[in-house]
Design a protein around this ligand. Structure first.
Ligand code: FAD
Length: 511
């Protein structure tokens, strides 16, 4: 220890390996905590190895991340051709022709401390007809193609909404790069060809580039994408493969022209061998087919995607050649070890069904800051970090499996497999709680909470047989009146909201 009580081996130089979304989010985030004289931060990105660059849909915590790094929302949305996102519409996931929305925000608000949906379930058992979705402000606004929000900390009913963004991922990385470089981050364009480790404890000491440069560092953030240059290729962390429960292993992506005003939600449409995304931006639409290679060839997947563009609008066409991506769903057994933390695709991948990858980058960074290493090889902090991240990933995994497992697409080989495959006990327990008493509360701090699970559980089909008995606490006549007040409020408030497209034009039109 030094005379001031600080650990002798403090971290003075952080090296970020990779300049995709994860690398630049890491760089921007770290500038929050460290001024250039306190910490040297270097980001290395290869001009030869491209980025994945298809992460275009996000979930609400991204706005906290952006605020935390001091990003002006209107400026960022304009720079990244962004639109607002109030949820995800799932088409055909129960069966063809059926759709539901997973909206952000809440359904009503608790009454006497009991979840709103418990009262709705009780009313439904009494013959009340309106759907739960009519009590979600975000859902009602999204289906009317409107957008608005409450003033911060107000008692405005629009506070029941939450929003995220659709944006152009490469423009987001570029925007963060400008911000981070402006705050003193050093960027090196070069390809790492070898890694130097300490012969005694295996910590990383330096990386060498193809031009002969050697970059030494105290701590390394591995943002090198699927390859996991440090965490896997060097430290051999190992990979936990979840593809038996989440078998999608490929995607083909293509941008298309925009023919109508961007809607404030992502669309995910179930197809024979997976599902198709549609992400509306200001300047174009992002499209992709996530599929299981055992059930469709690459050619057929690309043809299906291109044909579906045409069925949305007769003049719709691809703006670029289809791009193919391969992945294995799962996670690194540990994403932090020795003096390396893996952030982004290097730490694992859950397919983009609920737009969680960018959230996991942000979550990883926040938890890394909360458990910032006291020394190069701080094993205690690393263990804590790994536990926190494992739990978050497993909760998201269960949530994704639910979409696939609870399907009624009978007679389609992939979907039949998904309906009958073994599922984790943790998910089985949640399904059982929901089916017996409509309970969707889970005692943890993870990203998807009761309203999220509720949306997907109700949307996919499992219906509860009972409801929380505490919802019997109010008389039947008051029950229906209370529900109708919320439903009317949702309808009337959203009727007064401006069109989403108008908001974009007024607030953050791209130049
Ligand atoms: P990459 O983008 O792969 O970047 C890796 C970086 O490492 C590059 O800069 C590369 O040059 C550098 N690098 C690699 N090797 C070396 C080397 N030897 N030397 C120097 N530099 C090196 N996420 C969402 O949140 N929402 C979505 O809608 C979404 N959709 C997706 C759809 C698909 C099909 C896929 C595959 C992913 C999707 N994601 C989505 C995930 C999202 O794209 C990624 O999480 C995000 O782009 C972060 O990627 P990354 O920065 O970890 O890796």
């Amino acid at each position: 220890m030094t005379q001031h009580g600080a650990p002798a081996e403090t971290i003075r130089h952080i090296v970020i390996v990779g300049g995709g979304t994860a690398g630049w989010m890491s760089a921007a985030f770290l500038t929050n905590f460290f001024k250039p004289h306190q910490m040297k931060i270097t980001l290395i990105e290869s001009p030869e190895i491209g980025t994945v660059g298809v992460g275009e849909a996000t979930i609400p915590p991204i706005s906290f991340f952006n605020q935390a790094v001091g990003i002006n929302e209107a400026e960022f949305m304009s720079a990244t051709q962004a639109s607002f996102k109030l949820g995800i519409e799932f088409c055909g996931w129960r069966h063809d022709g059926h759709s539901y929305m997973h909206p952000f925000g809440t359904y009503g608000s608790p009454i006497n401390g009991v979840s709103f949906h418990a009262y709705w379930l009780r009313a439904r058992a009494l013959g009340y007809k309106p759907d739960l979705s009519e009590f979600s402000m975000s859902n009602v606004a999204a289906t009317k193609n409107r957008f608005d929000r409450a003033a911060p900390n107000s008692r405005d009913p629009r506070a029941a909404m939450a929003h995220a963004y659709h944006f152009d991922a490469s423009l987001y990385a570029r925007y963060l790069r400008t911000l981070a470089e402006g705050r003193g981050i050093r960027r090196i364009a070069g390809t790492i060809t070898s890694v130097g480790q300490n012969p005694h404890d295996g910590t990383i000491e330096y990386v060498s580039l193809s031009d002969g440069q050697r970059v030494e560092g105290d701590y390394f953030i591995d943002c090198s994408g699927f390859r996991g240059l440090l965490i896997e290729q060097t430290l051999k962390a190992g990979y936990e493969d979840w593809s038996d429960m989440l078998p999608a292993n490929r995607a083909v992506a293509v941008p298309s022209a925009r023919f109508e005003a961007p809607v404030p939600y992502t669309r995910a449409t179930a197809l024979k061998a997976g599902w198709q995304w549609r992400i509306p931006l200001q300047h174009r639409t992002g499209n992709g087919y996530v599929y299981v290679s055992d059930y469709i060839s690459d050619d057929e997947a690309a043809q299906t995607l291109l044909a579906n563009l045409g069925s949305e609008h007769p003049h719709n066409k691809a703006l670029a050649e289809p791009r193919f991506l391969r992945f294995t769903t799962g996670r690194r057994k540990v994403s932090r070890m020795k003096n390396v933390v893996a952030i982004g695709l290097s730490s694992g991948f859950l397919e983009p069904l609920e737009s969680t990858s960018i959230h996991l980058i942000q979550h990883g960074l926040i938890k890394f800051a909360a458990t910032f290493p006291m020394s190069k090889n701080d094993e205690v902090s690393a263990r804590l970090y790994n536990r926190i991240m494992a739990e978050e990933l497993e909760q998201i995994r269960d949530f994704l499996i639910l979409h696939y497992h609870a399907n009624a697409r009978e007679g389609e080989p992939l979907w039949d497999y998904l309906r009958h495959m073994p599922i984790p006990d943790s998910l089985r327990e949640k399904l059982s709680l929901f089916e017996t008493r409509g309970l969707a509360i889970f005692p943890n701090q993870t990203i998807f909470q009761e309203p999220n699970w509720l949306a997907v559980l109700m949307g996919q089909g499992p219906q509860p047989k009972g409801y929380d008995p505490l919802a019997d606490s109010i008389p039947e006549r008051d029950l229906i009146a209370a529900l109708e007040r919320v439903r009317t409020l949702c309808a009337q408030t959203t009727d007064r909201m401006p069109a989403h497209d108008e908001v974009l034009k007024r607030y953050c039109a791209a130049p």
